[in-house]
Design a protein around this ligand. Structure first.
Ligand SMILES: Cc1cc2nc3c(=O)[nH]c(=O)nc-3n(C[C@H](O)[C@H](O)[C@H](O)COP(=O)(O)O)c2cc1C
Length: 202
């Protein structure tokens, strides 16, 4: 059963109301009961917030985690497509924004990254501040692969994707294959990504 935050607060309100309507309960006991209930609801609410309904933040170990850094949505959409194809092949996978990577467990099989570049070789919105030095360290020994999105007309082609790849390698993560660099969302290069991930064509 999925319990939302709204139902939790409603339930708390109801129980508090009942507590204050009970006959024969000393006022100090009512206060102790109320404070205890509010504290307990606070703990439950924090736990609920961590376990998001889309499953992206659950403490379940997945086969693949697909992190995306995007400015205008292409990388997010490709990360979702990557998860879809992996699931079709019978594997577990979920997307996460790159700058939320610290909030999810290290996957069982590999970390996949779909990373765009914006500005002049800069990180897009969901990639800014992704690594405080500790995030990449968590992936030491973990296999990973990068799909870097960009445009060859920019002097710093796929610069941010390549930077993410370098940082992970420097932290000891193990590249599955060389970064796949895509200019203007070229479908042939996107196919190359899927072919390397799922050689059996799932
Ligand atoms: C304002 C702007 C700046 C960009 N800067 C770069 C860049 O420095 N290097 C690069 O390879 N691509 C650059 N691109 C191209 C994007 O990376 C590419 O269009 C990508 O597919 C966008 O993906 P997104 O929708 O996930 O943000 C830039 C695009 C825009 C609109």
């Amino acid at each position: 059963m999925r319990v939302g935050l709204k139902s939790l607060w409603l339930l708390l309100g109801l129980v508090l109301l009942l507590t204050w309507q009970l006959d024969g309960l000393a006022p100090e006991r009512r206060w102790v009961a109320s404070i205890t209930l509010v504290l307990y609801a606070g703990v439950l609410a924090a736990a609920l917030r961590r376990a998001r309904p889309d499953g992206s933040n659950m403490e379940v170990r997945l086969d693949y985690r697909v992190a995306y850094a995007t400015e205008t949505g292409t990388a997010r959409q490709l990360a979702q497509e990557t998860c879809k194809r992996l699931r079709k092949a019978g594997l577990t996978a979920a997307p996460v924004a790159l700058n939320q990577l610290s909030t999810v467990p290290v996957p069982e099989r590999a970390l996949l990254l779909v990373v765009s570049t914006t500005g002049n070789g800069d990180a897009p919105k969901t990639g800014i501040g992704w690594d405080d030095g500790e995030v990449s360290m968590r992936y030491a020994g973990c296999p990973f692969a990068v799909l870097a999105l960009g445009d060859r007309n920019y002097p710093r082609f796929c610069a941010f994707g390549l930077d993410v790849e370098q940082r992970l390698q420097a932290a000891g993560a193990k590249p599955l294959f060389a970064p796949v660099q895509v200019s203007q969302a070229d479908p042939r290069m996107i196919d190359a990504w899927f072919r390397q991930l799922l050689p059996k064509g799932d």
